[in-house]
Design a protein around this ligand. Sequence first.
Ligand code: KG4
Ligand code: ZN
Length: 336
Amino acid sequence: MEDKLILSIESSCDETAAAVVKNGREVLSNIIATQIETHKVYGGVVPEVASRIHIEVIDKVVKEALEKAGVSLKDIDAIGVTYGPGLVGALLVGLQYGKGLAYSSKKPLVGVNHIEGHISANYIEHKDLKPPFVSLVVSGGHTFIVYVKDYGEYEVIGQTRDDAAGEAYDKVARAIGLGYPGGPKIDKLAKEGNEDAIKFPRANFHDDSLDFSFSGLKSSVLNYLNQCKMKDIEINKADVAASFQKAVIDVLTQNVLKTCKEKGVNKIAIAGGVASNSSLRKTLIDVAGKEGIKVLFPSPVLCTDNAAMIGSAAYFNLMKGKVSPFNLNAKPNLKL
Ligand code: KG4
Ligand code: ZN
C-alpha cells in the first residue's frame, strides 16, 4: 500500500503541537511548544491566555514540524486536527489553522477526538499493537476505561463522575505546596513516603459500575491537611503524596482489571499524562502480570499532549474513509 503522510495539529489545552506521521505509526517530527511556565504562576491553565499563546506560536510550530520531517506541504496526504474535547478557544486556534491549510492545499481534513489521540499514542510506541485491547486514559482532563474493539471503534466502560485523575494530582500537589503541574512532583515525592501512612478513601459505586470519583479523595486529603494544621501536627508531605497516590492507583488498577476479565482481553494500553506515572506503571505491570495480562504504555513524550498521537488517530480514520467537512466546529465536550 502507498505510504500516507499526515500533518497533525493539537491545541486543546496548554500545548501547541504539530507533527508529521507516516502510516499512523512512524513519527517523522513531533514539535511541542508548551505553555506550562506561563500558567504555573496561576496554579493552573488560564483558558484565555492559552488561546492567545496558541495564536502566537502555531504558524512557527507547524512550519517546524514540516521542516524537521524534511517534507513540504505538497508531500502531505491529509491534515489531522484535534476538534475536541478541550478548551473551546484553544481548540479553535488549531482547528481553524488546520482547516485553512487543508482548504488552501486541497487536502482532506480529518478531525480527531483528543481522547482517541491519547489511545493512539500506543500504536506509535508498539508497532504491532492491534485491537481489541482495553485502554486506560488518565490525563489532566479525563479518566476513561475504554474497550477498543477495532481501529476507531470504542466502548466507554467507565469514566470519572467528577475530577479527572490528573486533576486530583494537580489539586493535591497544590495543597501541599508542590506547584503545577503536580503529577510529576507527587510521583517523585511519593517515592520517599509511606503509602500506608494515611488511610484515604477509595470510592466504590454500589451499582456494579466501573466509574471513578476522585473529588471525595481530594477533599479527604484537604481535610487531613487542615486537621494537622489545627492540631499543630507536622505534615509529612511525602507520606501524604504516597498515600494519596496509592488510593488513586488502587481504584484505577482494580477497575481496569475487572474490564479485562469482563471483555476477555489480555492487553491493557494506558494513555494520557498520568500514564507516565512510575508507580501506576509498576503496579499495573505487577498486578496484571499475575493474571497473564500484558501492560503497554507510550514513552513519556507521547503520554502528555502532543500532535504525533493525533496524526496516528487521523491515519486510521482516513483509512476508514472518515474525512471531515470544512464546516467542522470545535466541540469542547466531544464524547468518544
Ligand atoms: O494528557 P495531558 O498532557 O493533558 C490533558 O489532556 O489533560 O495530562 C496532563 C496531566 C496533568 O494533570 C499532570 O499533572 C499529569 O498529567 N501528569 C502526571 C505525571 N505526569 C503528568 N500525573 C502523575 N504522574 C506523572 N508522572
Ligand atoms: Zn490530553
